[in-house]
Design a protein around this ligand. Structure first.
Ligand code: GAL
Length: 656
């Protein structure tokens, strides 16, 4: 079969050993070829300090592998056992209020704890020694979902000590730190690195540089924690790819930075929880209740494809209702099939469902799976079978081609936006997704890139929120020949989280001549108007006053500073001086696509299309039937021109 490789998450430690063989045989019969195990199994592997019980895991690997499944083995460090916590309580994380977060769930560890680093390395080495060259072990996952349950930032004594040495290495002298943090403000100056506290439990907000340095420090701890495991696995398990399962839109650490140590990026796809907690207005959340935000999942596929330097897997695919969102609706029948083809279309090599059998006990009893707790098939089981049947019509597809449009996501800029939001409604993740959606709903492919990424081949770069732009990026944009559209706040802070010389947008003046002389945040229900020729476009939430010698392409109207520039540009760069809701953004982005010579389609409404190799895929997220924008005479491999709700189609040109 072609199409995606499929897999499943399995927990042999949660089931009677008598059912393993039957489970494994049914997985294979369904068409699955991968199985991920053991990410929470530390207490079963090492029930007491230094006493290992490998027997059950040996038998589980043998049973699954013997049935023809490729095992993805995990390091179990996301759930340290009770005896370890009792022996070394200092490994527990500390919340921002100073309270120790206790044992009894998972992710109860502090990345800064030297003791936990040692313990994590010890268990990783033990597992990699035993299974590193095992013929059934084909890949590794480190830990599980770094960042889940807000666990990147810990305010422990170990974090305080680690932060102080990190600052010493970054700044060299305390005077340099005082200058960077602006400690002459409010008498905050320090005489020594050892006087510095973590930025929690303060009377008012800390210096934004203090906060951002702590976020940078914490990101580095996650990278180093992961790197230590990867090094051990590489030494003991040659030739097996190492991955980590990232999350939807977590920006608490720099994923590009961490993934330099991985072979493949993977991520966990739970679109309905993502919708409920996401950016869309209430009416759209109701419209897409059982299908998810039409752009959020694709955004993450495109992001993690970049994070994995072209290689991406789905490690956990939502199979039905979950248990952890504010409300947990069921997906439309057909959505599991839909999400599988969506992932494949966006370049995912492997899609693994979470989980094989629904748990009748513990925290996730309401979380659906491929099987009910009594082992009878649930809806997702049948939809996986449908994907497997459809895959026989799918030719072998190459990896995704480079898109013509790229969108810049810069993790350090996100941290600066978090430290200096200048208005409660400012959410950089939502802004980036709105920009991505503006192009995607017109059928345009968008790659996600970092500031450091290769820019060759792009016609248009979208930079919605690049607050800290580095000079090297500016030089590379100049050399690359792409056009670039910046959003408000771009280039507005230095690496020290200060206002750049000559005002914002700092180094971006190398691309476009302008000065931002005032910024304001606005209440959600206040609307601004931007005039572009005869066209009135809405703007909201954020507005800037800009002085420029470049061409003014649109101006603000209304009672405040009417006629001030809202969109300016030259032949290479444009700058939009306000945030815009989708109606306004669609116009600004499609104009920029025309300017860059990138073709686009009329608004696709609830439908999204995307292309891999010679195959174009269409997806209907809406509650009504729709049709795909396929030219006459194409040949359909999956579905047809008419797309029901939750419908999928895939087509090739008649000759293809
Ligand atoms: C993920 C996690 C899994 C499981 C799942 C439930 O965040 O990695 O272990 O808890 O959520 O949806």
């Amino acid at each position: 079969m072609s199409g995606p490789d499929l897999g499943v998450c399995y927990y042999p430690e949660q089931w009677d050993e008598a059912v393993w063989a039957d489970d494994a045989a049914r997985m294979r019969a369904l068409g699955l070829t991968w199985v991920r195990i053991a990410e929470f199994a530390w207490a079963r592997i090492e029930p007491a300090p230094g006493r290992f019980d490998w027997g059950w895991l040996d038998r589980a690997v043998a049973t699954l592998g013997g049935a023809g499944l490729k095992v993805i083995l995990c390091t179990p460090t996301a759930a340290p056992p009770k005896w370890l916590v009792d022996l070394h309580p200092e490994i527990l994380p500390v919340g921002p209020d100073g309270t120790v977060r206790k044992f009894g769930a998972r992710r109860h560890y502090c990345f800064s704890s030297p003791r936990y680093r040692e313990e994590a390395a010890r268990i990783t080495r033990a597992i990699a020694e035993r299974y590193g060259r095992h013929p059934h072990v084909h890949a590794w996952q480190t830990d599980n979902e770094y960042g889940d349950h807000d666990t990147i930032h810990s305010y422990s004594p170990a974090a305080e000590a680690g932060f102080r040495s990190w600052l010493r290495a970054r700044y060299g002298t305390i005077d340099a730190l005082n200058r960077a943090w602006g400690t002459s403000f409010w008498s905050m100056s320090y005489g020594d690195f050892d006087q510095i506290d973590l930025p929690n439990n303060l009377v008012e907000e800390p210096s934004p540089t203090h906060r951002v340095d702590f976020l940078r420090y914490s990101s580095d701890q996650v990278r180093d924690f992961n790197r230590a495991q990867v090094r051990i696995i590489r030494a003991l398990s040659p030739g097996r790819p190492v991955t980590h399962n990232f999350m939807n839109q977590n920006t608490d650490f720099d994923h590009f930075d961490l993934a330099e140590d991985l072979d493949v990026a993977s991520w966990d796809v739970y679109p309905l929880g993502g919708l409920v907690h996401g950016r869309l207005p209430r009416a759209d959340k109701m419209r897409y209740l059982r299908a998810g935000d039409p752009d959020q999942t694709s955004f993450n596929h495109d992001l993690y494809r970049a994070v994995g330097r072209g290689r991406v897997w789905v490690m956990e695919q939502q199979p039905g209702p979950v248990n952890w969102a504010v409300t947990n609706p069921a997906p439309l029948d057909g959505m599991v099939r839909f999400w599988t083809w969506l992932a494949f279309a966006h370049g995912c090599e492997m899609i693994s469902y979470f989980r094989w059998r629904q748990a009748p006990f513990a925290q996730e009893q309401f979380h659906a799976a491929l099987l009910h707790p009594d082992s009878s098939p649930d809806q997702a089981f049948d939809e996986v079978a449908e994907v497997v049947a459809e895959a026989s019509a799918m030719p072998v597809l190459p990896p995704r081609e480079r898109a013509r449009v790229a969108l810049v996501l810069d993790y350090p800029s996100r941290w600066v936006a978090q430290a200096l939001p200048q208005g409660q409604g400012y959410n950089a993740a939502h802004v980036a997704l709105d920009w991505y959606a503006a192009a995607r709903r017109h059928g345009v492919e968008v790659d996600i890139i970092g500031q450091h990424s290769d820019l060759s081949g792009y016609g248009l770069i979208l930079a919605p929120d690049l607050m800290v732009a580095d000079a090297a990026f500016v030089a590379r944009v100049r050399a690359a020949g792409a056009k670039i559209l910046f959003g408000p706040r771009s280039g507005s802070k230095t690496v020290d989280v200060q206002t750049p010389e000559g005002l914002a947008p700092g180094p971006l003046r190398g691309l476009i001549d302008l000065r931002v002389t005032r910024v304001e945040s606005l209440p959600d229900d206040h609307a601004e108007t931007v005039l572009a020729g005869n066209l009135a476009l809405p703007a909201h939430r954020w507005r800037e006053t800009v002085e420029t010698a470049a061409d003014v392409l649109a101006t603000f109207a209304g009672g405040y500073r009417a006629g001030a520039p809202a969109l300016i540009g030259n032949d290479r760069a444009r700058y939009l001086a306000a945030l815009m809701p989708p109606e306004g953004l669609a116009r600004v982005v499609t104009d920029a696509l025309d300017w860059a010579g990138v073709p686009w389609l009329a608004d696709l409404g609830d439908v999204r299309i995307t292309r891999r190799g010679g195959v174009t895929f269409g997806f209907n997220y809406g509650p009504e039937p729709a049709s795909v924008p396929a030219p006459e005479g194409v040949r359909f491999l999956i579905g047809g021109r008419a797309l029901p709700p939750a419908g999928v189609a895939a087509w090739v040109s008649a000759a293809g």
